[in-house]
Design a protein around this ligand. Structure first.
Ligand code: AHG
Ligand code: MN
Ligand code: MN
Length: 345
């Protein structure tokens, strides 16, 4: 080994190396991703001292979904908005924490080529118990001529040019795709850089973990109940029963399944027929990543990235993870739900 050759690739180096993948982008997308990485480092710093600073607890506001909003949600939202505003590439954003899209002022409003939708802090109920939380983002090219419009955010997930997440966990990682595979970078706090640690990530075709909020069991559709039973049944060939793991931070549950193989489900329930998770800034970006990693993401009946969004904060049911497991769950949804839906409709 050449002792004068550094064997670490930083996120910045990697993004520049991969710029050739986008002859049309002329570096704007690279700058956008690097600015997101800076915001992630700042949020990471605050998350890490969450127990120390006067930053814990609920802010006075309640977000647009009517859920309690933690102070760190507000902080993270502001950091990501500021980072995206400073790129000169992003003309408008949509965030879980803002009811409407937010257009940036100045020349960028018409000149910026991209719009970004994000969940600034995912799993925020886990902040004060020291459990992993995350950020999720999705980047689209602005289609409108002139200023961005709502339609630019309502493009189906198939149109995403890049998507990623940050997990603030036992170590902090940034994972992203631009449609050419998935790469993961771990933050080395001693040098303040995200370093390539998980090149070309692939999710195992099947796994041994199922992940859903089983407390809602009684409200689940019959297909999901049958799938849970399937996961719990003993079967040597498929290594069942599977283990149940549920962190309650989508990013953390997703990241574990990406590495170990598994399925995450947030099903429709009687009270919430579209589930809980948001299409634009939770389901679509993770769906793009999982597909790039060889896995699958559906609503139980339809590929997530093919759902045509109708509103910014739209919810969809989510079945996401290892291909074989999602296929199995989808098959059971098909088999056991058709009877019920024909009765209830
Ligand atoms: P957020 O903190 O951005 O509102 O997201 C919380 C989400 C997601 O992270 C997690 O998978 C899900 O809520 C957990 O919901 P339940 O408590 O209903 O299981
Ligand atoms: Mn979330
Ligand atoms: Mn959130």
């Amino acid at each position: 080994m050449n002792r004068f050759k550094r064997n670490v690739t930083t996120l910045g180096e990697f993004i520049i190396e991969r710029q050739a993948d986008f002859p049309w982008a002329k570096g704007e997308l690279s700058r956008l991703l690097l600015d997101i990485a800076i915001a992630a480092k700042i949020v990471n710093r605050e998350v890490n001292k969450a127990g120390l600073a006067d930053i814990l607890g609920g802010a006075e506001n309640v977000n647009v979904q009517g859920e309690d909003q933690m102070k760190l949600d507000v902080f993270a939202n502001e950091q990501f908005i500021a980072a995206l505003n400073s790129t000169g590439e992003c003309c408008a954003i949509a965030s879980e924490e803002n009811e409407d899209m937010l257009e940036f002022a100045g020349p960028v409003a018409t000149q910026g080529k991209y719009v970004v939708a994000f969940d600034p802090l995912d799993g925020s109920s886990n902040i004060d118990v020291n459990v992993s939380i995350g950020t999720i983002f999705s980047i689209y090219r602005k289609r409108s001529i002139g200023n961005a419009t709502l339609e630019d955010f309502l493009q189906p997930g198939t149109e995403q040019v890049a998507a990623g997440y940050v997990i603030y966990g036992s170590s902090t990682m940034l994972v992203y795709t631009t449609g050419h595979g998935v790469n993961g970078f771990t933050l080395d706090p001693s040098i303040g850089e995200f370093c390539l640690s998980h090149p070309d990530m692939k999710i195992p075709k099947t796994g041994g973990i199922y992940s859903l909020n089983q407390g809602n069991y009684n409200a689940f559709p019959q297909g999901v109940k049958e799938y849970i039973k399937y996961c719990q049944d003993k079967d040597k060939a498929t290594n069942r029963p599977y283990s149940l793991r549920y962190i309650g931070s989508l990013v953390a549950d997703f990241h574990r399944n990406m590495i170990k193989g598994g399925i995450f489900i947030y099903p429709p329930t009687e009270k919430s027929p579209n589930g809980k998770l948001r299409l634009l800034y939770e389901c679509n970006p993770l769906a793009m990543i999982i597909e790039q990693a060889g896995g699958k993401a559906t609503t139980g009946t339809q590929r997530i990235v093919e759902v045509k969004p109708t509103s910014l904060h739209q919810r969809v049911p989510l079945f996401i993870g290892s291909e074989d497991m999602v296929n199995q769950a989808e098959q059971m949804m098909l088999e056991f739900n058709s009877e019920k839906s024909s009765v209830t409709e």
